[in-house]
Write a protein that binds this ligand. Structure first.
Ligand SMILES: [Zn+2]
Length: 123
């Protein structure tokens, strides 16, 4: 069985509680999700997720009734890859390579657009 751990909403400081096992290492509570982290709801399979998404003011997690701003925020666990701790604030060097930008095809019509000689009606 787990025990309740409390977190502060980064938007409004409302305290939410999450019951969980103690061996997970918290990394950060942020108003946005980290790239590459998989989040679950507080009643989901927290132990196998990378983090938890809270809805501030949700009755299931908010300690004080009626409190909360309704915004979502994210508890992220420390995540390891190949024995190294991943830091979401350090952009992965693989991301850009994977995305690709496609061939650079400048589409610049520079030809004359029709006859430009003005056949004015005055002499
Ligand atoms: Zn809040």
């Amino acid at each position: 069985m787990g025990y309740p751990v409390s977190y502060h909403c980064p938007h409004c400081e409302t305290v939410v509680e999450l019951e969980r096992d103690g061996y997970l290492a918290d990394k950060a509570v942020t108003p946005f999700p980290f790239e590459g982290w998989a989040y679950v709801e507080p009643d989901g399979d927290v132990e196998s997720a990378d983090g938890v998404v809270f809805t501030c003011g949700d009755e299931a997690v908010t300690r004080e009734a009626g409190a909360g701003c309704g915004e979502r925020f994210y508890l992220s666990f420390v995540k390891f890859a190949d024995g190294e701790e991943l830091d979401p604030r350090r952009p992965s060097e693989y991301v850009e390579l994977a995305e690709g930008r496609g061939p650079d095809a400048p589409d610049s019509p520079d030809g004359p657009r029709g006859p430009s000689n003005s056949r004015g009606g005055f002499y």
